[in-house]
Design a protein around this ligand. Structure first.
Ligand code: KG4
Ligand code: ZN
Length: 341
């Protein structure tokens, strides 16, 4: 069974092709990603209209390249992200998937982007045991309970305001580190002292929801810290950028990993799987490793290329749901920008 996955929920046009073997393993045959990230940089965030236009230009060439790389003329099935994501961006991938499904006469599956971030890990690490998934990117921050990839995923918690990656981007911008700021902030933090500034850990009080997150207070605390320093006459180039970055990053990593381990312990699963572009962050990774080891949990982290948005994750999820007996979607199915887990 060969499945093509199409992903266009944000600023990455992804087309992936996988083969599912009878033993349940999933093999990567093609992974094409075209990103419009450079076109959004001067706006400091993804501009939906620009993203949609870029998808439109990139989608068919990406599909052709993926078919050529996989050495096939058409897949056995098509899977596409129908949500959550940007309405106009989703529409491009879904329209392409419908058109090709009709032209090729292959079944078409409408999938949830978040499930894809979890499923992609099976390419490298094999079948997914019951697990807690922590998804962190520019658009989402979710704690999920996964039983198996053919069954619905349950949401345990999510951010009540900014996504973690969004907080990285906003703080990086405040510190003059560019866009997307996550990688630059990570690099700046490397030479900083993570204990230099005690930034707040949102939603960690005894009366706060156990599995939800909040990062807007943290972002404000960084802004206040910078403003206070400037009021005292500290110039922009005298700001302790590395210490601020390291202390901010520590606060984010601390809360994310603490709540993921808490959820796994509460539920009684022994695996945590990470996904989403911000799990490329060095401190989120190292603290997750440390805390999983301490709690006797197995940590599964896809390689960075597969953590960011791509088509392979949708192809992998497609392969798992098809194997579990899912029914194809009708060609009339609509995109759902606010699709819950
Ligand atoms: O999954 P992704 O490619 O796109 C979506 O947002 O769906 O994630 C991109 C996000 C951006 O916010 C980016 O700043 C963040 O992931 N990111 C990082 C790092 N690398 C990427 N955040 C912190 N540290 C990093 N090393
Ligand atoms: Zn994503």
């Amino acid at each position: 069974m060969i499945v093509m996955g199409i992903e266009s929920s944000c600023d990455e046009t992804g087309v992936g092709i996988v083969r599912r073997h009878s033993d349940g393993s999933v093999e990567l045959l093609a992974d094409e990603v075209a990103s419009s990230v450079d076109q959004h940089a001067r706006f400091g965030g993804v501009v939906p209209e620009i993203a949609s236009r870029a998808h439109l230009e990139a989608i068919v060439p990406a599909m052709r390249r993926a078919l050529a790389t996989a050495g096939i003329s058409k897949p056995d099935a098509l899977a596409v992200t129908i949500g959550p994501g940007l309405a106009g961006a989703l529409l491009v991938g879904v329209a392409a998937a419908k058109a090709y499904a009709a032209a090729w006469d292959v079944p078409f599956y409408a999938l949830n982007h978040l499930g894809g971030h979890v499923a992609v890990d099976t390419l490298e690490h094999g079948p997914m045991p019951p697990a807690v998934a922590l998804l962190v990117s520019g658009g989402h921050t979710h704690l999920l309970q996964v039983t198996d990839l053919g069954s619905p995923i349950t949401e345990l918690g999510s951010t009540v305001d900014d996504a973690a990656g969004e907080a990285f981007d906003k703080v990086a911008r405040l510190l003059g580190l560019g866009y997307p700021g996550g990688p630059a902030l990570d690099a700046a933090a490397a030479s900083g002292d993570a204990a230099a500034i005690a930034f707040p850990r949102g939603m960690t009080g005894p009366r706060d929801a156990r599995y939800d997150f909040s990062f807007s207070g943290l972002k404000t605390a960084v802004a206040r810290y910078v403003e206070a320093a400037q009021r005292q006459g500290v110039t922009a180039d005298q700001l302790p950028i590395s210490d601020i970055a390291a202390s901010f990053q520590e606060a984010v990593a601390d809360v994310l990993t603490m709540k993921a381990v808490r959820a796994a312990t509460d539920i009684g699963v022994d695996t945590i799987v990470l996904g989403g572009g911000a799990t490329a962050n060095s401190r989120i990774r190292s603290l997750a490793e440390e805390r999983c080891a301490g709690a006797g949990l197995t940590l599964r982290v896809p390689k960075p290329r597969l953590c960011t948005d791509n088509g392979v994750m949708i192809a992998a999820l497609g392969a798992h749901v098809i194997a579990a007996g899912a029914q194809p979607a009708a060609l009339t199915v609509a995109t759902d920008p606010g699709l819950p887990v």
